[in-house]
Write a protein that binds this ligand. Structure first.
Ligand code: SAT
Ligand code: MN
Length: 644
């Protein structure tokens, strides 16, 4: 109905009638939620508000909308049915750690591993940024559940966003829509997640294919004490899909500390022996250690089976039986594409054959995607992640590279190009991966990329030792030579980018787990290192051969498995790892035997430096560092002295 004032007035609708119609269609009776959405729509001046129902129809409509707007390219439906490619702005390709903030009342509670800002100050700054930021855009309300809807470990969040890319990715990565609102009811509690790409549209202005705000205006903020997430300026992955790192790690680990559970950066896999006994293993590794590969591994030992429960995050609670039960709070994989191949991760390759969103991959002439390390020949011509035509040429060093029309060379896919794929499509997804009760965890693995010193596998002697191991996790960047420890970027429990409170308090929280249950019911803990090197290169094959180490882990859980007690933990005897059928083309039998001995022995001098380096990494926490860990350091140092 036209406005009576004049024919061109924007208020075309008849207010009274529309109000009744909207009221009748209210998606929820949750008054506080409705008011919060209304207030944010008003602040951001969004053009309209859409409540996401989580349906396939909604997903398809948004994908079509993005194809029309040039945001998505639909891939060849014969080669990749139901798949799309998005290219981000060149400045919006990864998480922005230096623009990621923890806002709590006391700076010391955030500690040296968090970027702290005073909450009121940050809210004022960000409210200023949110003002009018959705002009010309739709505000989508995404009710989502982290974990199976209704699970006693799951949590509900609601993300308000102006990015349809975020909506469709959230559809894959979380459980979205009406079923979540139903679970929430009229009074349920939920985590408030605000997100805007920070790029309002003026009337008549043509939209870009990846609108976002400049870096200095990007904020990924966590108000831990009120469990709120405010994100501004980025449309990418962990900056924008707020269920993932922001909620499932930062906010959840803060809540977990208060409520006595664990929210960890861990994959969960189910390993079944030839006898049919299953073990659930959760593992925390820093980035670039192949978490997704391990979670979907094809074991190289006959009869053993790996099934996936999760590839990134585990939420764990002690249940009545005294054991730690875990769920994967996500429902999809947001994996790094480059390097994923039929060799490195065949099950990931099978997962992404359909219904997958690719971001910043290269587009081939036949409408498929390509990336470096895909294990298929590089096409002569592709459109690279920046949207440029590039052709394969040979550079001065005789290396094949992609060059654009100006002769500039660069990778075809961005190094952090991603795939977003539904977990249900993984051929080895465990049948019980969505069990609301979770799965009982038998073992934890910690690890890192350590070319020197650290053995292939090492079992913790007790829980404090286990926490010490987790605190020492990290990856080596450069090693001066093979007998020395290089520069290790310590990444305690692989949580460094995801801490939302003081790391010393976080380690203390871990240390208290045996007080919450019968300590014998807690998982057995191991430190693994697939990345040791010698003059011949990698000393261990990794990938499917890692199942040999996992087999020993299972034997240890059973109280079997041959091991020697050393100063640093229980190491397998050199014959304890099943090496039947293991092949390393560069090493004959004698060399392999020597390699295994080196991989499974204590490098006493190297370990002294390692322990000193870990001690050094504790210094920045001062007296807040739990004494139990310092004492454990002293105990290991003493044992190393004695081992000389
Ligand atoms: O970009 S995300 O944070 O979602 C993923 C990652 O960093 O591994
Ligand atoms: Mn991760």
């Amino acid at each position: 109905m036209a406005c009576k004032k004049n024919a061109t007035c924007a208020c075309k609708a008849a207010p009274k009638k529309a109000k009744t119609a909207v009221a009748a269609k209210l998606p929820t009776q949750h008054q506080e939620l409705l008011a919060w959405v209304k207030d944010f729509a008003k602040l951001t001046q969004a053009k309209d508000v859409v409540w996401c129902d989580g349906s396939k129809r909604e997903y398809n409509e948004l994908c079509d909308l993005m194809v029309k707007g040039g945001v998505f390219t639909k891939l060849n439906s014969k080669k990749r049915p139901g798949c799309y490619l998005a290219r981000s702005h060149w400045s919006d390709v990864a998480r922005v750690e230096d623009r990621t903030y923890i806002a709590c009342a006391n700076k010391e509670d955030a500690g040296p591993n968090c970027n702290w800002i005073e909450p009121a100050e940050l809210k004022q700054t960000m409210t200023g940024l949110y003002k009018g930021c959705m002009k010309g855009r739709t505000l989508y309300v995404i009710p989502f559940s982290m974990g199976p809807v209704g699970s006693d470990i799951a949590k509900i969040g609601v993300e308000l966003t102006d990015s349809p890319y975020v909506v469709v990715n959230m559809h894959i990565m979380t459980r979205v829509g009406t079923k979540v609102l139903k679970q929430l009811g009229a009074h349920g509690s939920y985590i408030k997640c605000l997100h805007s790409i920070g790029s309002p549209l003026k009337a008549g202005q043509k939209d870009s294919t990846w609108p976002c705000a400049p870096i200095e205006k990007k904020y990924i903020a966590h108000f831990t004490e009120t469990a709120e997430i405010w994100s501004f300026g980025s449309g990418y992955g962990g900056n924008a899909l707020l269920g993932k790192k922001c909620l499932a790690l930062r906010i959840a680990s803060f809540l977990a500390k208060q409520e006595g559970w664990l929210a960890e950066h861990m994959l969960i896999l189910k390993l079944t022996s030839p006898e049919g006994k299953s073990y659930n293993i959760a593992a925390a590794f820093p980035s670039a250690c192949g978490k997704t590969n391990l979670a979907m591994m094809e074991p190289k030992i006959p009869g053993w089976k790996v099934e996936t429960i999760g590839d990134d995050i585990a939420w764990m609670k002690i249940k009545e039986d005294g054991r730690l039960w875990a769920i994967n709070p996500e429902s999809g994989f947001f994996g790094v594409a480059p390097g994923t191949s039929m060799d490195s991760n065949p099950n990931a390759m099978r997962t992404i054959t359909k219904n997958t969103i690719f971001t910043n991959c290269a587009l081939t002439d036949d409408g498929d995607i390509w990336w470096e390390g895909m294990g298929v020949p590089a096409p002569a011509h592709v459109i690279n992640w920046k949207g440029e035509d590039v052709t394969l040429t040979v550079n001065d060093q005789g290396k094949k590279v992609y060059a654009n029309a100006k002769g500039e060379v660069g990778p075809a896919a961005h190094a952090n190009a991603r795939f977003t794929a539904p977990a249900t499509q993984c051929p080895v997804i465990a049948s019980n991966w969505e069990d609301p009760a979770g799965v009982p965890i038998d073992a934890f693995l910690f690890g890192g990329r350590r070319p020197t010193v650290i053995p292939l596998v090492n079992q913790a002697k007790d829980w404090t030792h286990a926490v010490f191991m987790g605190s020492a996790a990290g990856s080596e960047t450069t090693a001066a030579n093979l007998s020395q420890i290089g520069v290790v970027r310590r990444d305690p429990m692989a949580m460094l980018p995801f801490f939302s409170y003081n790391t010393a308090d976080y380690l203390l929280h871990w240390l208290t787990m045996p007080l919450r249950t019968d300590p014998t019911k807690l998982p057995k803990v191991f430190f693994t290192n697939w990345f040791r090197k010698d003059e011949k290169g990698f000393m261990w094959n990794g990938f499917g051969d890692n199942a040999r180490v996992l087999k020993w882990v299972c034997e240890r859980i059973e109280g079997k498995g041959k091991a020697v007690e050393t100063a640093i933990g229980f190491l397998p005897t050199p014959d304890a790892i099943d090496m039947d059928g293991y092949v390393d083309a560069g090493r004959d039998a004698a060399c392999l035997k020597a390699t295994m001995e080196a991989l499974l022995s204590v490098d006493v001098e190297g370990w002294k430096s390692e322990v000193a380096a870990v001690q050094d990494s504790y210094k920045k926490f001062g007296a807040r560092m739990p004494f139990a860990l310092t004492a454990k350091l002293a105990e290991i140092t003493k044992a190393l002295e004695a081992a000389k």
